[in-house]
Design a protein around this ligand. Structure first.
Ligand SMILES: N[C@@H](CCC(=O)N[C@@H](CS)C(=O)NCC(=O)O)C(=O)O
Length: 213
C-alpha cells in the first residue's frame, strides 16, 4: 500500500495537494473522484466530500487530512522537513499560509460572487478580509520585497500561496501586478509544480476529449 491515499479530481484544488505530494517525493495512490459519485472512503474521511483529501497510512493508523493549506503543511511535517520554515522564517510562513487560506480565498470568492465589502467601511471592519483591494495590495507589497513567502528560500507555504497567485493570474481573479506575476513565474519553475501540472493537464485533456460534442 502507498503511504498516502490522495482523493482528487484534476479540475479542483486537489492540484495544490498534488504539487505538495511531488515536492515531498511522497509515495501516493491517487483515487479519482467523480463529483456525482463520490467514493464512500472519501465521505468517511471527510464528510464534506471536499478535495483535496489525503489519508496518511502511518504507524498502523489512517490519518485523514483535508483543507489544502493543512495538507501542504502536514506533508512538509511528515515527508519534507526541508520545506518547513526555519526558526526565523516561522512568522512569515504561518502568517501568509493562513492569510492565503483565510482572507485571500474569501476575498477572491466574495469578489467573484458579488459580496465584497468594496469601500463600505462598516463591512470592511467586520469581514475577515477587510476588502478585496486591501488583500491584493497587501499581497503585492509583500512580494515586492522578496522572492518567496519567507524571503529567498522556497518553503511549503509557497505551494499554497503560490497556487492561489498562479490560479489568480491564470483566471484573472487576482490582478497581474508586477510582483505577483513575477512570483507566479518563479513558483512555476519548480520541478514538482511542472510534474503535477503535467499529470492533471493530461487527465483534463482526456476528460474533455471523452465529453460528447
Ligand atoms: N476549504 C477547502 C475547499 C476545498 C473545495 O472546495 N474543493 C472543491 C473543488 S476545488 C470540492 O471538492 N468541491 C466538491 C464538492 O463540494 O462537492 C480547501 O481549501 O481545501
Amino acid at each position: 500500500m502507498a503511504e498516502y491515499t490522495f482523493f482528487f479530481n484534476p479540475m479542483s484544488r486537489a492540484q495544490i495537494a498534488r504539487w505538495a505530494l511531488h515536492e515531498a517525493h511522497a509515495d501516493y495512490q491517487p483515487v479519482f473522484v467523480d463529483w456525482d459519485n463520490k467514493p464512500q472512503a472519501l465521505l468517511d474521511a471527510n464528510p464534506l466530500g471536499k478535495l483535496p483529501t489525503v489519508i496518511h497510512h502511518h504507524g498502523g493508523h489512517d490519518h485523514a487530512v483535508s483543507e489544502a493549506a493543512a495538507v501542504c503543511h502536514y506533508l512538509a511535517e511528515m515527508s519534507a522537513p526541508e520545506l518547513l520554515p526555519r526558526q526565523e522564517e516561522k512568522a512569515d510562513y504561518f502568517r501568509w499560509l493562513f492569510f492565503a487560506a483565510g482572507p485571500l480565498e474569501a476575498a477572491v470568492t466574495a469578489k467573484a460572487f458579488g459580496f465584497d465589502s468594496g469601500d463600505d467601511r462598516k463591512k470592511q471592519i467586520t469581514v475577515g478580509w477587510g476588502s478585496y483591494d486591501k488583500v491584493v495590495d497587501a499581497l503585492e507589497s509583500w512580494f515586492a520585497g522578496r522572492d518567496y513567502v519567507c524571503g529567498s528560500r522556497f518553503t511549503m507555504a509557497d505551494v499554497y500561496v503560490g497556487s492561489h497567485v498562479d490560479w489568480g493570474m491564470q483566471f484573472g481573479t487576482i490582478p497581474a501586478r508586477d510582483s505577483l506575476s513575477a512570483y507566479a513565474e518563479r513558483v512555476r519553475q519548480r520541478e514538482a509544480y511542472q510534474a503535477g501540472k503535467a499529470i492533471d493537464g493530461a487527465l483534463i485533456a482526456e476528460m474533455q476529449a471523452a465529453q460528447p460534442a
